[in-house]
Design a protein around this ligand. Structure first.
Ligand code: F6P
Length: 570
């Protein structure tokens, strides 16, 4: 029965059909109520008991796809919990929504757009229609242009204004236009072309750009300006400053000619790119149905492709596609993104955990928590349903984290003994990244021993009796007790390769989507970032106005602006 929930079925289930009506809020659904009742029975059960009751749990609560092995046995669930979560997901129309996404329906309802990132990694020959037009050939045409450009730069055929070889790539872009390439270039550093350096600039604070430019020769530097809209203040500000640095540094009489050899753009806004002075031939486009935080595999990946080459970039796309296919076809109880999505709902809504710690035991994945932070929090940080009704349950949790083992020596104390429940996603690899380096073997074993030990310690803790049996003094006992029962999942793969990275990214994309479907929210818009942007542009005028502006903010903001102006001598 469980396996049928996502199995092919030409007719939408009755439950799925009901979900599109706004009438039944999620928390009044019978499936939600069943989960509440179930939580009252199982919620207090300790992971020690759950493992004692089912000693083979560690071998049962696992699933594997696209090179990723997921162990979720240390989550505070039973088989019944999963069954009930599946029933909720089914009632929320998950199967139909997955099909709608893959079909190119306008599932981003508030922006009336498809969310079709899966088309970006669809093999050539696949047909995906948007407004009656097959979009896959267009995707592959852009990939081919990217490939040709990257080959030129990597071979030295593309030279700078003065004829020198390009040795430095500076990616300018923020949010989805910066985090993805920065994360992937760090993660896949072993696949990078030697002799090319990569820097990533995103912050409005000019310190970011000035640090990135340190030691670079403009004659050997190529800027990749990434902005879906090409209106983002931070990116345009950094791009203008970079252009001035470049033209001035080159001493170029013909600024446009210099820009033509040192700037390329990735955007959907051809007019904005042309206004900046970048030629149409040097612009790489992508469709508006690619959301910023889902664009790592679009032309936004140009810096990544420059770094790792087209073959490795395509291997990353293959990894994503393998996970897409799995998500679309695998039965629910073997489906990694569905399982992770369901566990996310259980932890956020029934165990009331407000955050999730992402803990990669791989230094090369140090940017992954920040990347997933945008993916999850911009997608599922929503307070109303798609229909505009306020939700009466928690939605997206706060994602945060650091690579292991660094976090162990800073914030793990709270996860082990604090008063908040922090579910953890551990991510590790059986072999060190890159080619064999014998001196890393021992370190890698220790690194992984730490990962396994942390999951075990969080789940099982250390009881008072065990602490006493160690001869600890009575006064120390309470401090040395670990309650345990802290849930975690572990993702294990053979090695961090482009294919694995692609699969990992797609896994989180689809698990975020699964949760969004259950919560009934639009995971593909981001209206919440607009208010701050609008206020900032008004405030920017006020803080530079030569005459004292009449301020109509609240008293706090007014006082801060006045103080800032005074200290800036205005
Ligand atoms: O302000 C949020 C946001 O729109 C993100 O969704 C996006 O990834 C980022 O800004 C950058 O936007 P753009 O690519 O248009 O510069």
């Amino acid at each position: 029965m469980l396996n049928t929930i996502l199995s092919p079925d030409p007719l939408p289930s009755r439950a799925a059909a009901q979900v599109r009506s706004a009438s039944t809020p999620l928390t009044r659904r019978p499936q939600w109520r069943a989960l509440q009742k179930h939580h009252a029975q199982i919620g207090a059960r300790h992971l020690r008991e759950l493992f004692a009751d089912a000693p083979a749990r560690g071998e049962c609560f696992q699933a594997e796809a696209a090179g990723l092995y997921l162990d979720y046995s240390k989550q505070r669930i039973s088989g019944e919990t999963l069954q009930l979560l599946w029933e909720l997901a089914d009632a929320c129309g998950l199967r139909a929504r997955i099909e709608a996404m893959f079909r190119g329906d306008r599932i981003n309802t508030t922006e009336r757009r498809a969310a079709l990132h899966v088309a970006l990694r669809a093999p050539a020959g696949t047909r995906i229609l948007v407004d009656g037009r097959d979009v896959v050939p267009e995707v592959h045409a852009v990939l081919a242009r990217m490939q040709a450009f990257c080959a030129q730069v990597r071979s030295g055929a593309w030279s700078g204004h003065g004829g020198r070889r390009i040795r430095n790539i500076v990616n300018i872009g923020v949010g989805g236009s910066g985090l993805g390439p920065a994360m992937a270039c760090a993660a896949l550093r072993h696949y990078r072309q030697p002799g090319l350096t990569f820097r990533f600039v995103s912050n409005e604070d000019g310190a970011d750009l000035s640090e990135a430019l340190q030691g670079l020769d403009p004659a050997e530097t190529l800027f990749v300006v990434c902005s879906k809209t090409f209106t983002t203040q931070e990116t345009l500000g950094n791009a203008l400053a970079a252009r001035a640095w470049c033209v001035h540094g080159l001493g170029a009489a013909d600024a446009l000619a210099a820009v033509a050899r040192h700037f390329v753009a990735v955007s959907t806004n051809a007019a904005g790119v042309a206004d900046f002075g970048i030629e149409a031939d040097s612009m790489f486009g992508f469709p508006d149905w690619v959301g910023g935080r889902y664009s790592i595999d679009s032309a936004i990946g140009l810096s990544t492709m420059l770094a790792i080459g087209a073959a490795n970039f395509r291997a990353m796309l293959d990894g994503m596609h393998a996970m897409d296919t799995h998500f679309r076809n695998a039965p629910a109880d073997r489906n990694l993104p569905v399982l992770m999505g369901l566990l996310g709902v259980w932890n956020a809504n029934f165990l009331a955990a407000p955050t999730l710690a992402v803990l990669p035991y791989a230094h090369d994945l140090r940017r992954l928590p920040a990347y997933l932070q945008q993916l999850e929090m911009e997608s599922n940080g929503k307070h109303v349903t798609e229909d505009g009704f306020p939700v009466d349950h928690a939605t997206g949790p706060i994602y945060w984290g650091e690579p292991g083992t660094n976090g162990q020596h800073s914030f793990y104390q709270l996860i082990h003994q604090g008063t908040q429940l922090v579910p953890c996603d551990f991510i590790g690899f059986c072999r060190p990244s890159g080619p064999p380096e014998p001196h890393r073997n021992r370190q890698h074993d220790l690194l992984m021993a730490n990962l396994f030990a942390q999951g075990e310690a969080l789940a099982f803790g250390r009881t008072e009796a065990e602490v006493r049996a160690d001869g600890v003094s009575a006064a120390q006992v309470p401090h040395r007790v670990f309650e345990g029962n802290r849930p975690s999942s572990t993702l294990l793969a053979e090695q961090l390769t482009p294919h694995t990275l692609g699969a990992l990214v797609a896994l989180y994309e689809h698990s975020v989507f699964t949760q969004g479907v259950i919560w009934g929210i639009d995971s593909f818009d981001q209206w919440g970032v607009e208010l701050g942007k609008a206020l900032a542009s008004r405030t920017a005028e006020e803080i530079v106005a030569p005459a004292e502006p009449s301020l109509a903010h609240d008293s706090s903001t007014n006082a801060l602006i006045r103080r800032y102006r005074r200290l800036r001598g205005r």
